[in-house]
Structure formats: structure tokens, C-alpha cells
Design a protein around this ligand. Structure first.
Ligand SMILES: N[C@@H](CCC(=O)N[C@@H](CS)C(=O)NCC(=O)O)C(=O)O
Length: 282
């Protein structure tokens, strides 16, 4: 069993918000994650909902700002939030910009040196972290879903689309929906995956929906209309919706008047997302 070390524990809505560290084999470094355990987890096994955060975040932004615990407590769902990149390692250039390297792992498995030695966030999230959580907490092993924000919204989509059946449902706030066609994605994919654009396509949800072959899945998206990254064409949700329509892949895109990219937007609609996932997890 993977050894995990408790870092903090705070009571909230009768349950506990905790953070832990553990040694990741996939990432070859020490990683932290946060976990919300509703009070009933003392007596009964529960489904798990994974949250993937966006650029510059670590395991704490979501648990401190989204207000998700209240809804997880109501539904009896364990919430898990990992960090957004490997940490505590030495790679030249990793801290030079906020949209690449530390805090910006993009949930892909890097194949380009020197990133490929540590930056395997896709394998970490979809294999190792699930094992760590299932081996240490009272989870129902085949009941898990995934959601996220921005880089993490897209991360949630690729985790679900590339692993049919692993997650019962998937949703996103302001996802970077078509990374191969926006500046953030081009920068990250060039750095982590190299120049081969066919390789890029296998990590882009707008490309992946047409090839999906698995249990029925729907992409559930919320997007603020006043999100500066949306108006700057970093997010491109319409491209993903168009690809879904062509592939007859179920998708819901809620455009929200006046909301921006921040956790104020996420906190407003987090209850609707957790209600949505609860329908599939029960
Ligand atoms: N650092 C960027 C903003 C990055 C940003 O908006 N990050 C989002 C995810 S893409 C976030 O969740 N930030 C952390 C927070 O709001 O707590 C800037 O200054 O423009």
C-alpha cells in the first residue's frame, strides 16, 4: 500500500478537508493532494469525484475557493484535488513562465526530454492517484467521475475520452477545449510533446470526440461570457461543440452572462456540477 502522510485536517460541514503528501512513482517526486471526506465516510464507502485545477494552481485553490464541500457532504461524495504539475524537481526553465512547467502540466504525458522524466500527469491522474485513493480511503472503486477548470477542464475531458468507462461522468468550467489551436496549448504541446502535430491530436478533446468508442458519455460545460481568456480565444468551446455535433457526441454548453474565468464563477455553479455528477455516481 502506498504510504501517505497527513499534512493538514480541518472540519467542514461535519466532514474533514485534509491534505496529504506521497511519493509518486509516475512523476518521480513528492506530490500533495487534498481530499474532502464527508462525515458518513466513517461508516460507509463512497463514490469519488476528482477535480483538476487550472494554470498556476496547486491542490489548495479549489478547496479554499469553490465552496464544493457543502455539496459533496449533501450527496455523500468524496472530493479529491491533486496538484497541477510535478513539484520539488530541478528542470531548467520550469519556473520561467506561468503557463508552462511548474503549475502547468496540462495533464498530458510528456515525451520530450527533459520533461518526459517527470511530466506524466495523465498517467498520474488516471492510474496512480486512483490507486492511492482507493487503497487508503473508503471508496467504491468503480464509481468515480472527474471535472475541472480551464487547463484542468480539458484535463478532465482527455482523462475520460482516452479511458472509456473509467469515469461515469465528466464536466468542465471554461475548459481549454481545443489546445492545438490556441496559444496556451501550442506552447505546452510543443514543449511536452514536440513538433509532431499528429501526436498533439491524441491529446486534444476536440480531436478525440470523433474517435471515442465506449460507454455513453456527455461533455457538460459552463463558460462565462466575460471570461477574458474566452474572448482572447484561448478556450474555443465552440470548436469542441462543433466537433461533438459532427460526431453526434452528447454535449451541453451553458454560456453564462457576465461571469469571468475566476473561482467566483466556479463557486456560483459548483453546486449544479456536483448535482450533475451525483446522478451518475449514485
Ligand atoms: N496568472 C494568470 C492567471 C492564471 C489564472 O487565471 N489561473 C486560473 C486557472 S487558468 C486560476 O484558477 N488561478 C488561481 C486562482 O484563481 O486561485 C494571469 O495573471 O493572467
Amino acid at each position: 500500500m502506498t504510504k501517505i502522510t497527513l499534512i493538514s485536517s480541518n472540519k467542514i460541514f461535519e466532514g474533514y478537508q485534509k491534505t496529504y503528501s506521497h511519493t509518486s512513482k509516475e512523476l518521480s517526486c513528492e506530490m500533495k493532494f487534498s481530499i474532502y471526506l464527508p462525515v458518513a465516510a466513517n461508516e460507509t464507502k463512497m463514490p469519488v469525484l476528482y477535480w483538476l485545477s487550472g494554470l498556476t494552481c496547486n491542490e489548495l485553490n479549489f478547496v479554499q475557493k469553490a465552496g464544493a464541500q457543502k455539496y459533496a457532504a449533501k450527496h455523500g461524495i468524496i472530493l479529491v484535488c491533486p496538484d497541477t504539475s510535478p513539484r520539488g524537481i530541478e528542470i531548467a526553465g520550469q519556473d520561467d513562465s506561468w503557463d508552462f512547467g511548474s503549475g502547468a502540466g496540462f495533464y498530458v504525458d510528456a515525451i520530450v526530454d527533459p520533461w518526459s522524466r517527470h511530466y506524466k500527469m495523465f498517467s498520474y491522474i488516471t492510474h496512480e492517484l486512483i490507486d492511492v485513493i482507493n487503497n487508503n480511503f473508503p471508496t467504491i472503486h468503480d464509481r468515480q467521475s472527474i471535472f475541472g477548470h480551464s487547463m484542468g477542464g480539458h484535463g478532465a475531458f482527455i482523462c475520460a475520452l482516452k479511458n472509456p468507462g473509467l469515469y461515469r461522468s465528466v464536466s468542465a468550467f471554461a475548459p481549454i477545449s481545443n489546445p492545438i489551436n490556441c496559444p496556451w496549448g501550442v506552447k505546452a504541446f510543443t514543449g511536452y510533446l514536440g513538433e509532431n502535430k499528429d501526436e498533439w491530436k491524441s491529446w486534444d478533446s476536440t480531436e478525440l470526440v470523433a474517435a471515442y468508442n465506449g460507454p455513453s458519455l456527455e461533455l457538460f460545460i459552463d463558460q462565462g461570457k466575460e471570461d477574458n481568456f474566452y474572448t482572447d480565444k484561448q478556450l474555443l468551446p465552440e470548436n469542441l461543440v462543433e466537433a461533438c455535433r459532427s460526431a453526434q457526441f452528447p454535449v451541453i454548453l451553458n454560456m453564462r452572462e457576465g461571469y469571468d474565468h475566476s473561482y467566483f464563477f466556479i463557486a456560483t455553479f459548483i453546486g449544479e456540477h456536483i448535482d450533475y455528477h451525483a446522478r451518475f455516481l449514485k
